[in-house]
Design a protein around this ligand. Structure first.
Ligand SMILES: [Zn+2]
Ligand SMILES: [Zn+2]
Length: 264
């Protein structure tokens, strides 16, 4: 089971979960063209994609969904609420490509997909955990907090792409208008670095071996700050990098992605 972040920031997000047989794009918040470049970099042809699963309707997650779906006839999976909220944004897509899930899990090829609720200010947002005979991985971003439901959904996932959106002090001192600051730091907004650190410690105690920090704010965070904040919290819990867990930061907008690949 592999999880590779193609792009990850508050500007645009996309990742791919894949086995030898099955390839699932998680969100496409970048242009279709950029997504194709990113996929080519990891030797995945768009024709190989079995599905696009969408977490929620915010533009940094759906920008290229319609284009890719129409061009390559790729089924798009989303919760009912997300479908309603994003339909007008992604344009007309073939009827047979619309997949609204309501079950607790479903199968795409040899991957079992478990959507789970996330606390975020969207219509019906979710994260996804992926299980195959070769391991497990999950995408858990766009969360104002980590609740028990999220922790349960991620229990034992070997690789987790975890949100570390902002540094609380940078957000407080920054130029954003107050209403936006309030939205970001609310329980349905985005996860701060120190909350990501606490979540990371819980995940490691529950079996996670590789944490990839993502969805970093361009204005209110720096990769080394996110990394070190999470590292310090892990070490304060006697969790050591290398020995107990591998910690990485997903690249934001660079053109090289290989170091983002988290292979289980
Ligand atoms: Zn969002
Ligand atoms: Zn987002």
């Amino acid at each position: 089971m592999n999880l590779c972040s193609l792009r990850s920031s508050s500007r645009g997000n996309s990742a791919v979960a894949f086995t030898d047989k099955t390839k699932i794009l998680v969100d496409c918040g970048i242009s279709g063209k950029t997504a194709l470049c990113c996929l080519a970099d990891i030797n995945i042809a768009p024709e190989e994609l079995d599905a696009i699963v969408v977490t929620h309707e915010h533009i940094d997650h759906i920008r290229g969904v319609g284009v890719l779906c129409r061009k390559f006839n790729i089924p798009v999976y989303a919760s009912e609420g997300t479908w309603y909220a994003m339909e007008s944004e992604i344009g007309v897509i073939p009827r047979e490509c619309i997949r609204v899930f309501s079950d607790v899990y479903f199968n795409i090829g040899d991957i079992e997909v478990h959507p789970f609720d996330i606390p975020h200010d969207a219509a019906e947002p979710c994260g996804y955990a992926f299980f195959s005979s070769g391991g497990s991985a999950a995408v858990a971003t766009d969360m104002g907090c980590i609740d028990d439901g999220v922790l349960d959904a991620l229990h034992g996932c070997e690789t987790v792409l975890l949100e570390a959106n902002h540094d609380a002090n940078m957000l407080a001192m920054g130029n954003y208008p107050q209403h936006l600051k309030n939205r970001i730091k609310s329980r349905r907004g985005h996860l701060a670095n120190d909350d990501a650190g606490k979540a990371a410690a819980e995940l490691v105690k529950r079996g996670t071996k590789h944490i990839l920090l993502g969805h970093l704010s361009r204005e209110n965070n720096y990769p080394p700050l996110a990394y070190n904040t999470v590292k310090n919290i892990l070490e304060s819990e006697d969790i050591h990098l290398g020995r107990d867990v591998i910690l990485d930061v997903a690249k934001k907008d660079d053109v090289s992605y290989c170091r983002d690949c988290a292979v289980v």
